[in-house]
Design a protein around this ligand. Structure first.
Ligand SMILES: [Zn+2]
Ligand SMILES: [Zn+2]
Length: 621
């Protein structure tokens, strides 16, 4: 899969996909990607947005004639344009007049007309613009034609990809933000000014998108995560290495306990593997040399090279290989919440969503090839079970397939193996009735790859993990079992991670629930709030009783006004507040207030405890 923006292009994604050592890739993080807004073909939207980037640049060049243009690609849900404004500073305050100018220019654009120029003439079009000169030199050295596109009085060096009728189609756009961006993503280069914007085919789609974006900003897990005490980062620890605070650790552990319980019910066996591993293993798996760029430099232990583990797969394969298996033991399902470390460029890091160390809800299922469709459907059923419980209404599989135009170069294994793996995956998907869409060219090098995409309540999509049928690694590792006829038969593998990593899943859940977690996941389930000091003693008894029932409770016994205590508990999004005044103390009862100002009235403590325990047990959302 192609990364969404040029800034990620020098990341080794493309290379890794090509060589296929992506069993659980974290697809490039798309901050906003509403499923409901992808009715038009992606190609049309890309052309629309890139055309709008021309319009933005045209307006900017009229307003700041000395600005120097760099590039203006379409990205997920919008586009940007990079400019060098020299000494001028621009900010969001300028957006009004830029948009006004864009609206003035758009009606004068009938189309995009292409013409070519030789190198020196092309450069003359951009006097004193080192960015365009660099691009022109680069394109020319590759023997590419230097094409320009002109609309109205405006032209720019461009490879093409526009809409037919800009006058009509470029109407529903909005400038969104300004950011600094290094030329070509390298900090050795000058810092340019990047204007982000969006453009849609209709006003309704633009409005919907802006509304969703606003809601998404309110739910940003980086802001809520800090406010709710879930995670933090420290410069001394390192970028992309989250520190889980006590409250965040509770959420992690609840998820992990749930996975343990569920996997046990579904016939999985837990294993544990080390964080560092000798290079030999990664040579067998092929991570070395092909995935080396995504791994951290090795450390030397007694003359041997050891790497931080980037994936659990090879370790699980070695566990499978440690004994001979009979067909009777299959499918053998090995599971582990495994801690992994992968290199990410600092510019690509994003809160908990893209990190350098993460803990993955991983498992590998070893089985006979003929059993793959049935087990695959069972794996999808487990996905459905988890997502349903979390209130995730929509999820889909993006099925990465081979690019038939690029067969020899990109893929390992013979054609027959590919056809079998694809057929098994399709059968599994059809059996499970999970929504899937095909994505030609994004297969792993040794087999089709299913990226699992989940959708939050506000329609934001996240790539959470991968489910994958693998008929190739068993041959590299020599993984087999003894079949019914007493023969050695090569095993097949299914890789899966329905809950993704703790990092990405918790990041997702913060945004999905806007920090108001269901009771079972809430770090603090109940806050006890005595109205005055006189009730502290009775309130302490209430706290003790809750703790005895394994309910997580915060005691607000500070000498503060009740109003202040309630506000604080509301900010912390605690599901229940028990307010204790003189009346409650006398009646040996409690006044219960649920999140969002819902008054549940006065009740006896044991009735309340029953209610909470039931909600925890059923994982009520
Ligand atoms: Zn263009
Ligand atoms: Zn795997």
């Amino acid at each position: 899969m192609e990364p969404p923006s040029p800034s990620l292009k020098n990341w080794s994604w493309a290379q890794a996909v090509m060589l296929g050592y992506f069993i659980f890739p974290f697809t490039p993080f798309n901050p906003i990607n509403p499923i409901s807004m992808t009715k038009q073909s992606q190609e049309y939207l890309d052309n629309l947005r890139h055309s709008c980037a021309h319009l933005l640049a045209a307006a900017v060049m009229q307003l700041w004639p000395n600005a120097k243009r760099a590039i203006g690609p379409s990205i997920e849900n919008g586009f940007y344009f990079d400019f060098d404004f020299g000494k001028d500073k621009i900010s969001e305050k300028d957006f009004g007049r830029i948009e006004k100018k864009m609206r003035e220019i758009a009606p004068t654009w009938d189309g995009f007309k292409r013409h070519e120029l030789p190198k020196e003439a092309a450069k003359k079009e951009y006097p004193g613009n080192p960015y365009k000169h660099e691009l022109i030199d680069e394109f020319a050295s590759k023997g590419e034609k230097l094409s320009f596109y002109k609309s109205g009085n405006y032209w720019d060096l461009c490879r093409g990809g526009h809409i037919d009728n800009p006058k009509k189609e470029l109407q529903h756009f909005k400038l969104l933000s300004v950011a600094g961006a290094y030329w070509r993503g390298s900090e050795k280069n000058p810092m340019l000014t990047r204007i982000y914007a969006t453009c849609w085919p209709s006003q309704k789609e633009l409005d919907d998108y802006l509304k969703m974006r606003e809601e998404a900003e309110k739910r940003d897990h980086r802001i809520l995560g800090e406010k709710l005490g879930i995670f933090t980062f420290a410069e001394e620890v390192g970028m992309g290495l989250p520190l889980w605070l006590p409250k965040g650790t509770i959420i992690r552990e609840e998820l992990e306990a749930w996975a343990k319980e569920t996997e046990k019910q579904w016939g999985y066996q837990r294993v544990a593997t080390p964080h560092i591993t000798k290079e030999e293993l990664y040579k067998i798996s092929g991570h070395l040399p092909y995935y080396a760029e995504d791994m951290y430099s090795p450390i030397d232990i007694e003359g041997a090279k050891y790497y931080l583990k980037p994936m659990n797969c090879p370790h699980h394969h070695m566990i499978y290989k440690s004994k001979i298996h009979s067909y009777r033991e299959l499918p053998l399902r090995l599971t582990e919440y495994g801690q992994l470390y992968r290199f990410e460029q600092s510019g690509a890091l994003h809160g908990l969503m893209r990190v350098r160390g993460f803990c993955q809800n991983d498992a590998h299922i070893y089985l006979a090839e003929k059993d793959v469709p049935g087990e695959f459907a069972r794996v999808m059923e487990m996905h459905k079970y988890y997502y349903d419980r979390l209130g995730i209404k929509n999820f889909k599989i993006k099925l990465g397939l081979r690019d038939p135009k690029n067969l020899r170069k990109k893929y390992h294994g013979d054609d027959a193996m590919w056809k079998r793996a694809e057929k098994l995956t399709r059968e599994g998907l059809e059996k499970s009735k999970v929504k899937f869409e095909e994505d030609i060219g994004s297969a792993a090098h040794y087999g089709p790859k299913g990226d699992v995409i989940i959708e939050s309540v506000i329609g934001k999509e996240y790539a959470i993990g991968t489910v994958q049928v693998d008929l190739y690694m068993p041959s590299r590792f020599g993984l087999y079992f003894v079949n019914e006829r007493g023969e050695h038969e090569q095993s097949a593998i299914i890789h899966r991670a329905p809950l993704g990593s703790h990092e990405r899943m918790v990041g997702f859940l913060i945004e999905h629930f806007a920090g108001a977690f269901p009771v079972w996941l809430s770090p603090v389930q109940v806050a006890v709030l005595p109205i005055s000091d006189k009730q502290v003693k009775y309130a302490q008894k209430v706290v003790d009783e809750l703790v005895k029932n394994n309910i997580r409770v915060d005691f607000y016994n500070r000498p503060e006004s009740i109003g202040k205590k309630i506000r604080e508990a509301e900010i912390q999004k605690i599901p229940y507040m028990l307010i204790i005044g003189e009346k409650e103390q006398r009646a040996k009862s409690i006044a219960v207030r649920a999140r969002n100002n819902k008054n549940l009235g006065v009740m006896k403590l044991d009735r309340f405890v029953d209610r909470v325990l039931k909600e925890i047990k059923t994982k009520k959302i």
